[in-house]
Design a protein. Structure first.
Lengths: 138, 143
């Protein structure tokens, strides 16, 4: 039940990215790039997702266990600290260069797009780098 | 500034957003987890969390989604203009940034904002602003 639900969630998430236009890096860049005619579509993706999200996350408040019996894990850290902001800046740089973020990179990978594969591999290397760095500094 | 009406897709984009939001709330209600893609992917890099079934299943669904989609509809246009070397740079930055910042467009942008998290709002405003500046400067550069 847990496995099937998670699989369906991944599937719906990916189809949402495809339908919404987020899986097309060119469209994402036409949203972020103000030097040419602007395509505001991605603001509508965010609005649709957040409209549903606000209702759904309000309903989860106070509950300890998910429907599949596992505990509900919500982030408790609410501090706006330096790693958060430095991370968001680096993330924004990468996103603005290619128009690809982690979800769409996996959809591109699944669609057999070569640059999606290369992006995903590079992203994994970046993640490993941070993990190593954190381990040695801790 | 002019609006690119030729490519503007408010309805399908809103609909796609609703599906993304639906996936996120189903995941928290059924599996108890936040749909933060960078976090779910990063979990595959650690021995302790690599074998979690829900994680593997979610990623399999996400990667498999274009295949399922293409059985019923033609896949939408996918164009990557960014050069191969720049893809590597962008991928590294997105990987490093999402780990340092504990989230990406889905974890902070969708789930965090839906939960009214101050931390996620700060992250989302920051990466949106930097993304716009980066893409706009690149746009001017490449003309």
């Amino acid at each position: 039940m847990l496995i099937i639900s998670a699989f369906l969630c991944g599937l719906i998430f990916g189809v949402g990215l495809l339908v919404g236009g987020m899986a097309n890096p060119e469209k994402v860049l036409h949203f972020l790039d103000l030097s040419q005619a602007w395509d505001p579509s991605l603001a509508f993706v965010m609005m649709g997702a957040i409209a549903v999200g606000i209702v759904g996350f309000a309903l989860v408040k106070g509950r300890k266990r998910a429907i599949c019996g596992v505990p509900i894990l919500l982030p408790e850290n609410n501090a706006v600290d330096r790693p958060l902001l430095v991370g968001a800046i680096l993330f924004g740089l990468g996103w603005g260069l290619a128009g690809i973020c982690p979800g769409p990179s996996l959809v591109l990978l699944g669609a057999g797009v070569g640059k999606g594969l290369l992006f995903t591999l590079s992203m994994l290397v970046g993640m490993v780098f941070v993990n190593r760095f954190r381990k040695t500094s801790a | 500034m002019t609006i690119d009406f030729a490519h503007f897709t408010p309805l399908s984009s809103f609909g796609g957003g609703v599906l993304i939001g639906l996936a996120a709330i189903l995941l928290i209600h059924f599996c108890g987890r936040i749909a933060g893609i960078s976090g779910i992917v990063a979990g595959m890099l650690a021995k302790k969390t690599r074998t979690e079934g829900w994680r593997i299943a979610f990623l399999a669904g996400l990667i498999g989604s274009p295949l399922l989609f293409s059985l019923f509809f033609p896949l939408p246009d996918i164009t990557v203009q960014t050069s191969w070397p720049m893809i590597i740079v962008a991928g590294l930055l997105v990987g490093i940034g999402s780990r340092l910042g504990s989230g990406c467009t889905s974890g902070h942008g969708v789930c965090g904002l839906s939960r009214f998290s101050k931390r996620s709002l700060a992250a989302t405003l920051t990466f949106m602003a930097v993304g716009v500046v980066t893409a706009t400067l690149t746009g001017f550069w490449l003309g």
